[in-house]
Design a protein around this ligand. Structure first.
Ligand code: UD1
Ligand code: CA
Length: 454
């Protein structure tokens, strides 16, 4: 590929969004729309990318360049049409390369489709290639006019269409691949003598054809990929479509999703075979889940790595690792930097933070384990608290293998419970507990007889 480029139009105001945020920065499945278009263009081979911004350009530039520092920006100060918008980036386009022209508000566009368009463009040796779609209702779209032999002639906008043109149901999806030089020549020739007094980008197609270069449309029947967002309702529609696309991908890979409409899986999430995802589950970031797991209902996992055969229900887990055959929840909270091993129970109302938990350990209920190094086969009684913070500094609690902690114990860090030691219920442990011994750190019970009679 010879230095393929992409120009993304994002100057539209997005009035119907009724938002202080520029339209293209609204998120679809957690990622700003314009970033999704940039991702697709990059994946399809575009080496350099420009965004034409207008409304809210400072915000657009800040958000995009934060993630994609190489993207170039051009300003369209007044909205005079798609052709005018592309003209603003004329210095970027180049002569020897091809260039995609895309919209920043069509986040469902696939990289494979763009790659197909590029192949089509190259194979036919066109000056310009577009994607057209056959639709039932062509209202609002540019119509593709062909001659009696089926050759491309021109695009006619909805508002300019007359007579038979109105009934044409092959439409312009708004996705283009141009030879850079041909595009630049044509942009300098198009006029705005039309119904909307705008410079139409699709008018360049007829110009390129007249100059003797090939122009053709790659046809499709599926418009869903080219759906644009102009309102919050359409935003929810593309969100649903993308959510479904990702869910279908996982189901085709052997994952059971019991209610796809209530399951949100991020783009980069990986899930192993025969894992079951229950409703209300959100899997985000770089989360990776193994085989034969049961995740959900109602759980949120962000940047988690989970082994095989593990279950997580009604819980939140962030930036941590959970091993194999472990049970998490209901109502557990795993906070960042935790490493929870195999065959462990992290039960109801248990919070784990920045801790290592060894295999076979049971933390069944109502317990806080923070900044702790916990060994294997430990039993935490209900209501254990690692007291890790003195108001200024955090300290670590070390619990060696086979320790048994009775209910309602406070372990005041820094403190170590040595191998096989016991802690009596209700103890507040402030000193290390030697191997194999029992720590009792509570006042003795006194019974005052006859108390009620007095
Ligand atoms: C455009 C096409 C139409 C096609 C349709 C597909 C033109 C003249 N018409 O129509 O053939 O069927 O897309 O969706 O191109 N934009 C700017 N600056 C402008 C005008 C538009 O940045 O001055 C951006 C918008 O933000 C939007 C995109 O270009 O992302 C398309 O503009 P829009 O007005 O929605 O074009 P349509 O009327 O839908
Ligand atoms: Ca549109």
């Amino acid at each position: 590929m010879e230095n393929l480029k992409a120009v993304i139009l994002a100057a539209g105001e997005g009035k119907r969004m009724k938002s202080n945020i520029p339209k293209v920065l609204h998120k679809v499945m957690g990622r700003p729309m314009v970033m999704r278009v940039i991702d697709a263009a990059r994946k399809a081979g575009a080496e350099s990318i420009a965004v034409v911004a207008g409304h809210g350009s400072e915000q657009v530039i800040e958000a995009v360049s934060g993630e994609e520092p190489d993207v170039k920006f051009y300003l369209q100060e007044s909205r005079q049409g798609t052709g005018h918008a592309v003209k603003q980036a004329v210095d970027f386009i180049g002569d020897k390369n091809d260039v995609f022209i895309l919209y920043g508000d069509t986040p469902l566009i696939k990289a494979e489709t763009l790659a197909d368009l590029y192949d089509f463009h190259k194979k036919e040796g066109n000056g310009a290639s577009i994607i057209s779609a056959h639709v039932e209702n062509s209202a609002g779209y540019g119509r593709i006019i062909r001659d009696r032999n089926g050759n491309f002639v021109k695009n006619v906008e909805d508002k300019d269409a007359v007579g038979d043109e109105r009934n044409v149901n092959e439409i312009n999806t708004g996705v283009y691949c141009f030879n850079g030089k041909r595009l630049k020549e044509a942009l300098s020739l198009i006029k705005n003598d039309n119904a909307q007094k705008e410079y139409y980008l699709p008018d360049t197609l007829a110009v390129i054809l007249e100059k003797g270069y090939g122009v053709n449309a790659m046809e499709t029947d599926d418009v869903s990929e080219f759906m644009g967002v102009n309102s919050r309702v359409q935003l929810s529609e593309v969100e649903a479509a993308l959510k479904n696309r990702i869910n279908v991908f996982h189901m085709e890979n052997g994952v059971t999703i019991t209610d796809p409409s209530q399951t949100y899986i991020g783009d980069f999430v990986k899930i192993g075979r025969d894992t079951i995802i229950h409703p209300g589950t959100i899997l985000e970031g770089s989360t990776e889940i193994g085989e034969n797991c049961e995740i959900g209902p109602y759980s949120r996992l962000t940047n988690m790595v989970v082994g095989n055969g593990t279950s997580v229900q009604f819980s939140t887990a962030l930036d941590s690792y959970v091993g194999n055959g472990t049970k998490v929840g209901p109502y557990a909270y795993i906070r960042p930097n935790s490493k929870i091993g195999d065959n462990i129970k992290v039960g109801d109302f248990v919070e784990v933070k920045n801790s290592v938990i060894g295999d076979g350990t049971k933390i069944s209920h109502l317990t806080y384990v923070g900044d702790s190094d916990v060994g294997k086969n430990i039993n935490f009684g209900c209501g254990t608290v690692t007291v890790n913070y003195d108001g200024k500094k955090k300290f670590r609690t070390v619990i060696e293998d086979n320790v048994f902690i009775g209910c309602n114990a406070n372990l005041v860090a820094p403190v170590t419970l040595k191998e096989g030691s016991y802690v009596a219920a209700g103890s507040t442990v402030t000193k290390d507990v030697p191997e194999g011994s029992l720590a009792v750190a509570r006042s003795r019970q006194q019974n005052i007889e006859g108390w009620t009679k007095k």
